[in-house]
Write a protein of this length. Structure first.
Ligand code: NCD
Ligand code: ZN
Length: 343
């Protein structure tokens, strides 16, 4: 069996920097044409000049002959200046701005503490058509970690949506049925879905021993939510597209008494997705999810070239770990053999 589709893009990706970047970049560039590059470096990417310098480091690390295009983002902080953001957009330095609520996830200490503080920037973005990528979780200690997405929608996202109807918002890595329903109901709003949230629920993370390589934020939820995500992804609805949130951490950082959040799925994402879509009887919707809906929402053309997925009769071998100069990085284990591969 063969399936030829427009080359996919990854609308939410962590590439890190230095030796980690060099080690893991080929895992993405093998299959993907473009990716939205997350700005949560230490320190974060907050200016157009920093975004351009980071793009340069990514381009310098590209495998020979690669035509991969990194699409850069700025990390929104309480002190981000609206005119600086508009200038970075006008100079072609950035494709989107990322909102992390302070303390929500890995390297989000510089994030926004109160949406009021960034309203001038968001108003400017609405005016110039620059999309906002949102990590949709509240961080109040009083809110249970499994409820953080639903509470964010109610307290932060829905009011913001009403206040700035023209702002293009991408709710990143939606993990709940509440998120899917909200995105379906809201104008000018789309969502990315990760590979791993289509495959694992919280039992995979916690039953039979804790699995640090399944720990990511937002945390995997119960099975009913996973099913809602699969329905959204395989529906063909243009509001939903792939953002792997592939987020490498070295094994010692994951396998620790206080392990980092992040699942690394760049290596086998297309194999995993073909499996999920085939199981849902929706292989014909895979291209929309991975290659068409994302560019349409961002106002970009789809990639001009194609990839071919082939289904073989024996499991596709892929490395359990990627060895990098910053240590080994464990590849996402879907928990079942994969038969599809990009030829
Ligand atoms: C991401 C990371 O490691 O940078 N981790 C994660 O669990 N997804 C941060 C993020 O996108 O939340
Ligand atoms: Zn992420």
């Amino acid at each position: 069996m063969k399936l030829t589709i427009t080359r996919p893009d990854d609308w939410h990706l962590h590439l890190r920097d230095g030796d980690m970047l060099k080690g893991i970049l080929p895992e993405t560039t093998r299959d993907f044409g473009r990716a939205i590059i997350m700005p949560n470096l230490v320190p974060p990417v907050v200016t157009g000049v920093q975004a351009t310098a980071y793009r340069g480091r990514i381009q310098a690390a590209l495998p020979k002959g690669s035509r991969f295009t990194p699409l850069m983002t700025l990390y929104l902080t309480n002190t981000t200046n609206a005119d600086d953001v508009a200038a970075a957009h006008a100079f072609g330095q950035i494709t989107a701005v990322k909102l992390y609520p302070a303390g929500a996830t890995t390297n989000s200490d510089s994030g926004v503490t109160d949406i009021e503080k960034v309203m001038p920037v968001l108003e400017k973005m609405a005016e110039i058509g620059l999309p906002l990528c949102v990590h949709g979780e509240v961080t109040y200690p009083s809110v249970d970690i499994f409820d953080r997405e639903a509470v964010f929608i109610e307290r932060v996202l829905a009011p913001l949506r009403t206040r700035l109807p023209a702002l293009k918002i991408i709710m990143e890595h939606v993990t709940t049925e509440d998120g899917v329903d909200y995105v379906n109901s809201a104008k000018n709003t789309a969502a990315t879905l990760t590979t791993h949230h289509l495959i694992i629920n919280r039992n995979h993370l916690l039953v039979g021993g804790i699995k640090p390589h399944y720990y990511c934020l937002p945390i995997a939820k119960r099975e009913a939510h996973r099913l809602a995500l699969v329905n959204a992804a395989t529906s063909g609805n243009p509001k939903f597209f792939l953002g792997t949130d592939s987020a490498p951490h070295s094994d010692p950082a994951k396998e620790s008494a206080c392990g980092c959040a992040g699942v690394f799925s760049a290596t086998n994402t297309m194999s995993c997705l073909a499996h999920v879509f085939e199981n849902a009887g929706a292989l014909d919707k895979l291209e929309a999810f991975t290659s068409l809906n994302g560019p349409a929402f961002y106002g970009l053309p789809p990639n001009a070239d194609k990839i071919t997925l082939t289904k073989q009769t024996t499991p596709v071998p892929y490395p359990a770990k990627i060895e990098t100069g910053a240590g080994p990085v464990t590849v996402f284990d879907p928990g079942f053999p994969l038969y599809w591969h990009v030829a």
